[in-house]
Design a protein around this ligand. Structure first.
Ligand code: KG4
Ligand code: ZN
Length: 332
């Protein structure tokens, strides 16, 4: 089944052609980072306008590079939520209109389930069941995954997402937006053990997170040191990153232990973090667990994961109807 995936939930306009939820023929991502950078975060109104400009050329490029014609498409998959309403609407309305004109089925995809499906686009993908950590700019959650579409929440952040903490600390350090990758780069020159920032495990046996405390503690450290002029920015970046990575890896390994499945996956923008990838691999493999982390290009928002997830929805018999709408928050 040849599926065109479309993703516009935040600040990336993306389109991709995927065959049978596995083989990516094309994946085009048009990033708006340069547009939002001066504002230090995503400006929703600007994001919607940029999606409107980009959607047609991005889909055309995905079709063109795949060598697939519109008539060869079997179905369309599009992000339905959660995300920014104005941004979601651009992709969603486009997909409805395109599916109607081609007279093919289409399905709205949960963006978070899309991220989890990114692991299946790699040649070596996990068997079921496994546990997955989704760490992005908007979410930090742990799921128990028993099939492509049976995905159950085990725990989530009670305040900030991990990516949000990276972005806020990057702002404090004057590194601009988005800051995760910049902190990651800077941390390579710092000592992760010279400054100890707190690790919030909450209930050690549970799977909820809290990242607002560490952000406040980094801020307090910076303010105190500013007075003495004794600020080592790479050490702060490395110390902060190490604290977040410690908590994320501890929790996902514990989740795999709790489910006794011996397999875990890490997905979402923060899964691009080199130290997280390395630490989880070392700690989990020490315990005999198998670790699945998609390549960096599949960690951030992309449409291949939406096409793959949509394919599995369709195989389960799920199709969307034209009266459906987007949603900004997770539906329970
Ligand atoms: O999944 P994503 O592209 O978009 C959302 O759905 O939110 O995730 C974006 C988040 C941002 O907060 C960004 O700072 C973070 O992922 N990020 C990173 C790295 N690359 C991106 N965080 C830590 N280390 C990185 N290398
Ligand atoms: Zn995302």
């Amino acid at each position: 089944m040849i599926v065109l995936g479309i993703e516009t939930s935040c600040d990336e306009t993306a389109a991709s052609i995927v065959v049978d939820g596995k083989e990516t023929l094309s994946s085009v991502i048009s990033s708006q980072v340069a547009v939002h950078h001066p504002y230090g975060g995503v400006v929703p109104e600007l994001a919607s306008r940029k999606h409107i400009e980009a959607i047609v050329p991005v889909v055309q490029e995905a079709m063109h590079t795949s060598g697939i014609s519109a008539q060869q498409l079997d179905a369309l998959a599009v992000t339905q939520g959660p995300g920014l309403i104005g941004s979601l609407l651009v992709g969603f309305c486009f997909a409805k209109a395109f599916a109607m004109s081609l007279d093919i089925p289409w399905v709205g995809v949960n963006h978070l389930e899309g991220h989890i499906n990114s692991v299946f686009l790699e040649p070596d993908s996990p068997d079921f069941p496994f546990v997955a950590l989704l760490a992005s700019g908007g979410h930090t959650s742990i799921y128990s995954v028993s099939s492509y579409t049976e995905i159950k929440l085990m725990g989530q952040t009670r305040d900030d997402a991990a990516g949000e903490a990276f972005d806020k600390v990057a702002k404090m350090l004057g590194l601009g937006y988005p800051g995760g990758a910049a902190i990651n780069r800077l941390a390579e020159r710092g000592n992760p053990n010279s400054i100890h920032f707190p690790r919030t495990y909450l209930d050690r046996a549970g799977f909820d997170f809290s990242f607002s405390g560490i952000k406040t503690s980094v801020n307090r450290y910076i303010q105190a040191r500013k007075k003495t002029g004794d600020l080592n920015i790479p050490d702060i970046a490395a110390g902060f990153q190490e604290a977040v990575v410690d908590v994320l890896s501890y929790k996902i390994i514990n989740a795999s232990d709790a489910k006794n499945c011996g397999r875990l996956a890490i997905v979402g923008g923060v899964a691009a973090n080199k130290r997280l990838r390395e630490k989880v691999r070392i700690d989990a493999e020490d315990r005999g667990m198998k670790v699945y982390i998609p390549s960096i290009s599949l960690c951030g928002d992309n449409a291949a994961m939406i096409a793959a997830c949509g394919y599995h929805y369709l195989k389960d018999g799920r199709v969307s109807t034209f009266d459906e709408d987007v949603y900004s928050r997770i539906r329970s």
